[in-house]
Ligand binder design. Structure first.
Ligand code: PBG
Length: 377
């Protein structure tokens, strides 16, 4: 039937009619609010590139969680800023790690709130990578990290890759120029080791489960991590702890503000050897397949808005709970435009969340969770 018989505008005439035929209804019941826990007491430090998002000490995190729960948001995901970092990410799997402390306190003070633990090593590694780094001895890597920090302290912004020819005074000067950085990247001589990393990830997952995490969410993108974590959880008696795997996680520039919030930027190189190429949808389906075979109970696509096609394809193919992570850069862009008066903040925020849900996500991890929940009343 065509015009003039068919007039789709008939059902758009009033809000009552529009609401009546609405296909997707946004609700806070699928929201997860990310939190960044730091050492100290009474600390609430705003993240420069994420207005409205804070690094919070355990006591402040607990207060925040009470508010989150009162807004009808079912859960939070915890990230940690440890007191110290090293080459084996001790802070990630230590029983008294910052995230473990927060989980215990939240469980005690805000029962009923779902606690999700992000399992990754980057926040806890001295070099900022999500896995164990090889290709240089520990001394060299420490030396390179110190050297880079020194240059950064002089106000020089750079990315670099450790390489034997970067040591010493002459290269120190050379490294400060963009062409030297490019040359250094070409001379790349490090590797993120997959299998040794699995052991640390599994340890981290078990220690988080012990601290009371309800859901374990690995975000590292090592091969075989879901299987390794499932086995370790089962052996430790946590057969009933579900895994939400960041199955299709892309190597994205949209994570920039998060790395400031979590102090987790790699000190050299990037994450392209483990996170996915943004160009690949079929590979994303393969990654999800593998994680489900290894025992994932829920799957995630990340980032969200630039990857709605991936999310939609995953919804069509897999009959499992599907999450999307609306990441820090997505939040920062909307916030920045709003603060400049360039967009209608509430409208764009709600539209972005609605569209992520329409594309297929039943769970959305979002820094907008509190504000959106408030608007949804
Ligand atoms: C840890 C991790 C990251 C994010 C979630 N878990 C950063 C990264 O992979 O570099 C990003 C979340 C965001 O940008 O909001 N690996």
């Amino acid at each position: 039937m065509a015009f003039p018989t068919d007039r789709p505008r008939r059902l758009r005439r009033t809000e009552a009619l529009r609401s009546f035929v609405r296909e997707t209804r946004l609700s806070p019941e699928g929201f997860i609010y990310p939190l960044f826990v730091c050492p100290g007491e009474g600390v609430r430090k705003e993240v420069r590139s994420m207005p409205g998002v804070f690094n919070m000490s355990v006591d402040e995190t607990v207060k925040e969680c009470a508010e989150v729960k009162s807004l009808g948001i079912p859960g939070v995901i915890l990230f940690g800023l440890p007191e110290a970092k090293d080459e084996v990410a001790t802070g990630a799997w230590a029983d008294n790690g910052i995230v473990q402390q927060a989980a215990r306190a939240i469980k005690r003070e805000v029962p009923g709130l779902l606690l999700m633990g992000d399992v990754c090593l980057c926040e806890y590694m001295s070099h900022g990578h999500c896995g164990v780094v090889a290709g240089q001895d520990a001394d060299t890597s420490k030396e390179v990290a110190e050297f880079i920090h020194e240059l950064e302290a002089q106000g020089k912004r750079l990315i670099a890759i450790p390489s034997p020819n970067l040591r010493g005074g002459a290269s120190a000067t050379a490294l400060a120029t963009p062409s030297a950085v490019t040359a250094a990247m070409a001379a790349e001589n490090y590797e993120i080791l997959n299998d040794p990393t699995l052991e640390l990830l599994a340890k981290t997952a078990v220690s988080q489960a012990r601290a009371g995490m309800d859901i374990i969410a690995p975000s590292d993108m090592m091969d075989g991590r879901v299987g390794a974590i499932r086995t370790a959880l089962d052996e430790a008696g946590f057969q009933n702890t579900p895994i939400l795997s960041y199955a299709a996680k892309f190597a994205s520039g949209f994570y920039g503000p998060f790395r400031e919030a979590a102090d987790s930027a790699p000190h050299f190189g990037d994450r392209r050897s483990y996170q996915m190429d943004p160009a690949n949808l079929r590979e994303a389906m393969h990654e999800i397949d593998l994680d489900l075979e290894e025992g994932a109970d829920m799957i995630m696509v990340k980032p969200a808005l630039p990857y709605l096609d991936v999310l939609h394809e995953a919804r069509l193919r897999f009959d499992m709970p599907l999450a999307a992570y609306q990441v820090s850069g997505e939040y920062a862009m909307i916030k920045a435009a709003a603060l400049n008066g360039w967009i209608d903040y509430e409208r764009v925020m709600m539209e972005s969340l609605l569209c992520i849900q329409r594309a297929g996500a039943s769970v959305v991890l979002t820094y907008f969770a509190k504000e959106a929940a408030r608007l949804l009343g």
